[in-house]
Design a protein around this ligand. Structure first.
Ligand SMILES: NC(=O)c1ccc[n+]([C@@H]2O[C@H](COP(=O)([O-])OP(=O)(O)OC[C@H]3O[C@@H](n4cnc5c(N)ncnc54)[C@H](OP(=O)(O)O)[C@@H]3O)[C@@H](O)[C@H]2O)c1
Length: 288
């Protein structure tokens, strides 16, 4: 069984299409209509404005919140006029910061609970005991249902797991970036029962930046799309779905047509050779 894609909202606000509340409502209902109900946020998206934009859509429709799941993240402190107290971009995983950030996200999203809270980036100063205590407190208060991390190393996850269960790990994975296939993160997800989520699963700038790697990937993907009688977006996500760990892609499109393509990717089973054709297109060389 493959996991349905998570819908990333990073480009829905001022960092992308700057949807109106009506457009938020439309795309949320379109996602629900095809069975996609999990949405990915972070406190910082849109310079701390996108959660609140999404929250307005939830507030307009009282029954909507119960139909969907919300992920959000905290731990990055951005340099922006919206946070004038920040002198530089930095990380903060203190209990006080996590608690304040969760309370702010709840207010922005106009909800009583967050389904999954992720620590956005590994913080050099992260104290796992302090994080475990505040996450336990937030769970007991019903403010968060589950907890995870993003962009951590395997040893950083192990350190946290000594004190608190890590339910999800969100890392970059796509044909353009296959590091997680080799660095142990996905092995750890499998052995420690952590949900693996892939951000930028379409490679972020794959379609816009014309690098040699991108040219190889697009050429191979086009051939495979013809072979499987599908589109390139579907092939790119089927590359993630082939991995046995059951990766959940966190897609970043602002177009409903492409959201549907992401769902359709769940029905494609690449052959082993075709999977490795994409690996070779990514690395530019044969496997050893
Ligand atoms: N945890 C983290 O540190 C982290 C970091 C980055 C992102 N994220 C999460 O991951 C989500 C996805 O990230 P992402 O947006 O970078 O990833 P992505 O899904 O790989 O890329 C989406 C971008 O690719 C474009 N695109 C897709 N298919 C295309 C095609 N066939 N032709 C032209 N353009 C195409 C989309 O444009 P259209 O909108 O026009 O379709 C959009 O700009 C974010 O929304 C966020 O929730 C998490």
């Amino acid at each position: 069984m493959k996991n349905a894609p998570i819908i990333g909202c990073m480009r829905w606000g001022v960092w992308g299409n700057n949807f109106t509340t009506e457009q938020y409502e439309t795309i949320i209902y379109q996602c629900l209509s095809i069975g996609l109900n999990e949405f990915d946020h972070a406190d910082i998206y849109g310079h701390y404005t996108t959660e609140a934009d999404f929250g307005k859509a939830l507030n307009h429709n009282s029954s909507l919140r119960t139909q969907l799941k919300l992920i959000t993240k905290c731990g990055i402190q951005m340099l922006t006029p919206n946070r004038p107290a920040h002198e530089i971009k930095s990380y903060n995983t203190s209990a006080a910061h996590i608690e304040a950030s969760v309370n702010q996200s709840l207010q922005n999203l106009q909800t009583d609970y967050i389904d999954t809270l992720l620590i956005h980036r590994p913080d050099i100063l992260l104290n796992p005991i302090e994080v475990a205590e505040i996450i336990t407190k937030l769970k007991k208060a019903g403010k968060i249902k589950s907890f995870g991390v993003s962009n951590f190393s395997t040893s950083q996850v192990n350190l946290l797991e000594k004190y608190i269960k890590v339910d999800a790990h969100q890392v970059e994975i796509s044909v353009t970036n296959i590091d997680a296939y080799h660095n142990g993160v996905l092995d750890q997800c499998q052995t420690q029962n952590i949900k693996a989520q892939a951000w930028s699963p379409w490679g972020g700038g794959l379609f816009t930046e014309n690098t040699e790697q991108h040219k190889r990937i697009l050429e191979t993907t086009k051939i495979l799309a013809e072979k499987y009688n599908t589109g390139m977006n579907e092939i790119l996500l089927s590359f993630l779905y082939t991995h046995p760990v059951k990766i959940t892609p966190v897609i970043g499109t602002t177009q409903f047509e492409r959201i549907k393509q992401a769902k359709d990717a769940m029905h494609i089973d690449l052959t082993t050779e075709d999977f490795y054709k994409l690996v070779c297109a990514s690395t530019g060389k044969e496997v050893a």
